[in-house]
Design a protein around this ligand. Structure first.
Ligand code: PHE
Ligand code: ZN
Length: 877
């Protein structure tokens, strides 16, 4: 270990807490700069802990006022108090009552962890380790307590006083102040504690649960924004009903509250009974929100609500088990969206997103297992691997044991572990038990990082009428894991016959399951009675989060794109042909050879614009080309982002030439007339229309730009307006400048809309982008203290393939410098921004050297936070 290496927390070192806390009584007297917190804790030694141990409570930047045991104040030599720790060397051997008084400054809290202020309102964020910034505590998820919270504040500034659970008392506190007492009967870990106080508007509704419990629903927003809360409220009710129907889970308090705040480090937080949301995932109206915003709001409302059972009623034993609640809850929100909208489209979007974020992470220096085994800073493990790959692992489990056993396993999990803090082993054991299967090898998905690659060889024997598939898997080395074992990979297959219909699957003379389990380095299966040469449809519905390299030809894929009964693979087949062509184009560009054309890509893509196409949302996916990131990952190393951009542009130009008429006709056909509705079908129609426009405006074609300008000027909803602006933003033109200026003039006072405006400018491939981003950062629409602003401008720039990766390294230097400035204000968000470097090692040597310089500069900076220090060190590897 080098001297500067921070202490790692290791899963292997887990031991139960030496003490338990049964009840927590909090008395919080709000004050902008000196909030007084009195915590009265019923503490007792843990029978599973070490006898006679000292009581060591966690703190973080805390100021201790006093400590008492059973009402008797402790003097200074009985305790050891530091901002980050409170130690009682000789606590009583039996149960006792500990009273701790601390003072905190919510206004100075720019880290947005613990108690802080957002637009004047007080709010808390405790996951993962924020409660220790409110009071000294055993701030670990396996210490479950019943909380009673008295919140007191000035009536004028804080008419609304909220905490977890049910409201039990309100009253006057004198001096223009009042109080509310909340009691949460469900034992919970400290990370689920929340308190909100402010002058907020509220929208109310109610929900009656399946067993007849009447639940008050409240969505709190800034005054004047109440009319933007209707969709979120509707999503709450639909989520509640769905969880009853799909998972048999009912709500368990008298009130369910959602609060929208403008300063928030993440998307939202599942605090018991009091979810706190980033306002961008609550507020929506047709004039201000896009179809994407509506979809996100619905999915995130559902996600946080579903945590009530997967996360809150059953929580995590320690933070290594984060995927126990996150992977499972993502899986649940994916299922909700699939049932609510289009299942195939949701699957395609999730696969796209997984590849863009998780595959990228998994292939670089920040790769880690779904359940990490060590961390320096837990905040850096809220990652696509823990969340999205965590959900894929559960989806594979369902494929492997079947839907009935999966349901039985979930029911057993809820029955057996309600009220507990659990591990992944306990979760998986439920499924092993109900299915009678040994899932020991399956656990590798939780332990091994890296995206497996499956190489497929197929062979048809016309004489024997057999079709053989050979699948060879490899799991690549990742940091700290040089050698891997074969994973348990469910490969769902179909054999598509010459007429496009699926052939029956026969193995060993009997009907065979479409699920082939790849458990060895090489797995072979031979299908019998195959009358004519089929085309193999592999990993249907994206049955495993792996990379596939199959010996299928472009002809085979084009056939699948036309005929595969599996909608995911029909989409995937077109993508595969396009991706192959893009890779070939990049190679040709770099070797100064002419661009290879594959005219039949237009057939696959062009199907989206056929007049008889009625599934517009699906067609919009078919029309979308692989992203520049997709191409970069397919190439794998020595990546030249400029060549990739040029290749993709060339393909788009080619497609525009071949499909222009069809796209123009589709654009006209799909153009809106009626009133805006955010439903999935209407959103799909708009998405396909925009895909057509995007093609028509390829390379800044004048006719397409004119259409985009017309759409911008005449837009009657924000989806059309933003999509038009985004298309216009790709190329310099008068229309571009005019639309950007008009947007700012029209929406300058709406921060969420300015976020879109910032993002669009930061994400364009134009060479002036970096200068523009710097200017915007210095301008009035930016505020480095607001994470949404930072993500929209600096985060989007970090994801800009050509401009972040400028050959001169200026993009790297800018993001590195900004991360350092931000580190003094909000380390968590600074660390996220630095995540832009997660694939730097795959770059060509010139850029790689410049990216490394920038990262070394960060790593060498004095006084780094654990958050940024950890990312910089791991990224450098
Ligand atoms: N637990 C939140 C979720 O995924 C995410 C979160 C983590 C929010 C940490 C805030 C802080 O639903
Ligand atoms: Zn979550």
């Amino acid at each position: 270990m080098r001297a500067e290496d921070p202490q790692l927390v290791r899963l292997a070192d887990y031991r139960p807490s030496d003490f338990l806390i049964d009840t927590v009584d909090l008395d919080v007297r709000l004050d902008p700069v000196a909030t007084r917190v009195t915590a009265t804790l019923k503490v007792r030694p843990n029978p599973d802990g070490r006898e006679g141990a000292a009581l060591v409570l966690d703190g973080d930047e805390l100021k201790l006022v006093s400590v008492a045991i059973d009402g008797v104040p402790l003097d200074d030599d009985a305790i050891e108090a530091a901002p980050e720790r409170l130690t009682l060397a000789n606590p009583p051997r039996g149960p006792f009552e500990l009273t701790v008084v601390t003072e905190i400054d919510p206004t100075a809290n720019t880290r947005l962890m613990g108690l802080y202020r957002s637009n004047g309102a007080y709010t808390t964020q405790c996951e993962a380790e924020g409660f220790r910034r409110i009071t000294y505590f055993l701030d670990r998820p396996d210490v479950l307590a019943v909380y009673t919270t008295r919140v007191e504040g000035p009536k004028a500034e804080t008419p609304v006083l909220l905490s977890n659970g049910n409201l039990v008392e309100t009253g006057d506190a004198g001096d223009g102040r009042h109080f509310a007492v909340w009691r949460d009967p469900h034992p919970k870990p400290s990370y689920l504690f929340a308190l909100v106080a402010g002058d907020l508007g509220v929208v109310e509704d109610r929900f009656v649960t399946a067993s007849g419990r009447d639940v008050a629903l409240k969505v709190f927003v800034e005054h004047g924004r109440e009319d933007r809360a209707a969709y979120a409220m509707d999503a709450i009710k639909r989520s509640m009903r769905w969880d009853e129907e799909a998972f048999g889970r009912e709500y368990d308090l008298d009130v369910f509250m959602v609060v929208a705040v403008s300063h928030f480090n993440m998307g939202a937080m599942e605090n018991k009974g009091l979810n706190v949301f980033n306002d961008k995932y609550v507020l929506a109206s047709p004039e201000t929100a896009t179809d994407g915003d509506y979809a996100n709001i619905e999915a995130i409302i559902a996600h946080e609500y579903f945590h009530n059972w997967t996360g809150n009623r059953i929580t995590c034993r320690d933070w290594f088990q984060l995927c126990l609640k996150e992977g499972l809850t993502v899986f649940r929100d994916q299922e909700f969206t699939s049932d609510t909208r289009s299942r195939p489209v949701k699957r395609i979007m999730d696969a796209r997103n997984l590849r863009a974020s998780q595959f990228a992470e998994d292939s670089g220096p920040l790769a880690h297992p779904v359940r990490p085994e060590a961390y320096a800073e837990i905040n850096n493990f809220y990652t696509p691997t823990v969340y999205e790959k965590g959900a894929e692992v559960i989806r594979m489990l369902k494929v492997l044991i079947g839907p009935d056993a999966f349901k039985a396993g979930m029911d057993l999990y809820f029955d057996r572990h309600d009220g507990e803090a659990c591990t992944i082993e306990q979760f998986v054991a439920c499924f092993a038990e109900v299915s009678g299967r040994d899932l020991g090898r399956f656990m590798l998905w939780y332990r091994q990082a890296g995206t497996p690659t499956v190489e497929i060889r197929t062979a048809y024997d016309a004489a024997a009428k057999t079709f053989a598939i050979e699948a060879a898997q490899t799991v690549p080395p990742t940091p700290g894991q040089p050698v891997k074992q074969p994973a348990v990979i469910p490969m769902v297959v179909g054999l598509v016959g010459p007429d496009g219909a699926d052939l029956p699957l026969t193995v060993g003379g009997a009907a065979a399951s479409p699920v082939i389990e790849l458990t060895e380095p090489v797995t072979r299966v031979t299908f019998e009675n195959v009358a004519a040469r089929p085309v193999a449809s592999l990993f249907r519905n994206f049955s495993a989060p792996v990379k596939v390299a199959a010996d299928l030809t472009d002809d085979d894929y084009l056939f699948l794109a036309a005929h595969d009964a599996d909608p995911f693979n029909r989409w995937q087949a077109g993508q595969t042909v396009a991706l192959r062509n893009l890779v070939a184009r990049v190679a040709a560009l770099r070797a100064s050879r002419p661009q290879p054309e594959e005219p039949r890509i237009a057939d696959a893509i062009g199907r989206a614009f056929a007049p008889d196409e009625t599934d517009h949302a699906y067609a919009a996916q078919v029309a979308g080309l692989p992203s520049e990131g997709d191409v970069a990952r397919e190439i794998g190393d020595e990546v030249d982002p400029d060549a990739i951009h040029a290749a993709r542009r060339a393909l788009k130009r080619d497609l525009a030439a071949r499909l222009g008429d069809a796209a123009a006709a589709a654009y006209e056909r799909l153009s809106e007339t009626g009133a805006y509705s955010p439903d999935a079908a209407s959103a799909g129609r708009r998405a396909l229309k925009i895909a057509a426009l995007d093609l028509l405006a390829a390379d800044g074609a004048a006719e397409g730009v004119a259409r985009a300008k017309a759409l911008y000027d005449g837009a009657t909803n924000m989806t059309d307006r933003i999509m038009a602006l985004q298309i216009l933003s790709l190329h310099e033109s008068d229309a571009r400048a005019a639309a950007l200026a008009a947007f700012e003039a029209d929406y300058g006072d709406d921060p969420l809309l300015m976020d879109k405006w910032l993002l669009i400018q930061a994400a364009t491939p134009l060479p002036a982008t970096l200068d523009r981003v710097k200017a915007l950062m210095a301008g009035p629409r930016f505020d480095i203290r607001n994470p949404n602003r930072v993500r929209s401008l600096v985060g989007a720039f970090g994801g800009n393939p050509t401009q972040f990766n400028r050959a001169d390294g200026a993009g790297y230097a800018f993001v590195a410098e900004t991360a350092l400035v931000l580190d003094r204000i909000n380390p968590q968000v600074a660390a996220r921004i630095l995540g832009a470097f997660k694939t730097w090692r795959a770059l060509e040597p010139g850029r790689r050297a410049r990216a490394e310089d920038a990262l070394r500069g960060v790593a060498a900076a004095p006084g780094l936070s654990p958050d940024v220090g950890d990312i910089a060190r791991r990224a450098l590897g």
